[in-house]
Write a new protein. Structure first.
Length: 337
């Protein structure tokens, strides 16, 4: 009720939905190798979906705040203010102009970096997709696939992400650098794909529940931070875009070619190093390897988060994941309004 009141306190809101999510996951795993695991994970969160209308234009923003924690996390947050911020963004976006299509120098925020890495790059590192030759990364271990500033990891124990100390084959989930300083170092493996492709098991075999077989899945995918401050990323941009993930509506990806199309959330024009007016309708497209090679600055503000209301779908199964990263600057990205 606090969140609902906060969301409705903003003028122009025509629809508001508040969701409370509580998940309890208890897994027991035993194998003929002598493994025995007993794991319990609690995931809680609250989500806000707000729709605003202004002079015939409607804009919606969805956002959530989830954490691997108990009920105490719900009690410690100011949900009135959280929902008010979501509604304020929806209201401002309904009044904002549509972005002009073109090629922009851009800064991507933490959420947008996480979304792109998970969808456009992370799936291409899953060894079952690689083994079927449906990945743009097939046969490229040891090759430079990104800027030397880029290190991408898959980690089951990162702060803010989903908690996964072991996978569903009993393998410890270790922190795996799929890309290290721009060079492709590893795929994400199960026991069987590690044997077939000559890698090491990485703890990425995951099943939705006991009725399903484990598939190779990501855990928490993110880019490692560097030394830039967030402010420094904007300083040298004469005219560009600050692309934000709050309110992003997903998109389409081809793992075989690395091409992607994503709809970002309401974003901002950058002029002479300063964040200016809000714009809406930001759709970005390109090739993930070209985009990663164009990264020329990575900030030091790592942020990773998970989502009790959604997850990653594959083979008819959905599992909880996390993603994120620091703010990142790219030399150019194609934007369609």
């Amino acid at each position: 009720m606090d969140a609902y009141k906060g969301g409705k306190s903003v003028d122009g809101i025509v629809s508001l939905m508040i969701r409370l999510g509580l998940e309890y996951d208890h897994r027991i795993y035993a194998s003929s190798h002598g493994d025995y695991l007993d794991m319990t994970t609690r995931l809680v969160g609250l989500g806000v979906y707000s729709v605003a209308r202004h002079e015939g234009v409607a804009e919606s923003v969805w956002d959530f705040d989830s954490m691997v924690a108990g009920w105490e996390y719900i009690g410690m947050k100011d949900w009135y203010e959280f929902a008010r911020e979501v509604s304020k963004l929806a209201s401002d976006a309904a009044k904002a102009p549509v972005v002009k299509p073109g090629v922009y120098q851009a800064v991507l925020d933490n959420d947008m970096v996480g979304l792109m890495l998970h969808e456009a790059f992370g799936h291409a590192t899953e060894a079952d997709i690689v083994g079927s030759r449906d990945s743009v990364l097939y046969g490229r271990i040891g090759e430079k696939v990104a800027s030397e500033l880029v290190t991408i990891v898959d980690d089951g124990l990162v702060k803010g992400g989903y908690f996964l100390p072991y996978d569903d084959e009993g393998t410890p989930k270790r922190k795996v650098a799929t890309v290290e300083n721009g060079v492709l170092r590893s795929y994400l493996h199960s026991l069987s794909t590690a044997k077939v492709l000559g890698g090491e098991p990485t703890g990425n075999a995951r099943a939705m529940d006991y009725q399903n077989v484990p598939l190779i899945r990501q855990t928490n995918t993110y880019m490692m931070p560097r030394d830039y401050s967030v402010e420094e990323l904007f300083e040298d941009i004469k005219y560009g875009l600050y692309i934000c993930g709050r309110g992003a509506k997903g998109g389409q990806v081809s793992t075989s070619t690395g091409t992607f199309t994503f709809t970002a959330g309401p974003s901002y024009i950058i002029e002479n190093g300063e964040i200016k007016g809000l714009v809406r309708g930001v759709m970005l497209s390109g090739n993930i390897l070209e985009t990663l090679k164009g990264v020329d600055a990575v900030a030091n503000d790592l942020k990773v988060r998970t989502n009790v209301f959604g997850g990653c779908g594959k083979g008819g199964q959905v599992v909880r994941v996390g993603d994120g990263g620091p703010h990142v600057r790219v030399k150019s990205i194609t934007i369609g309004g």
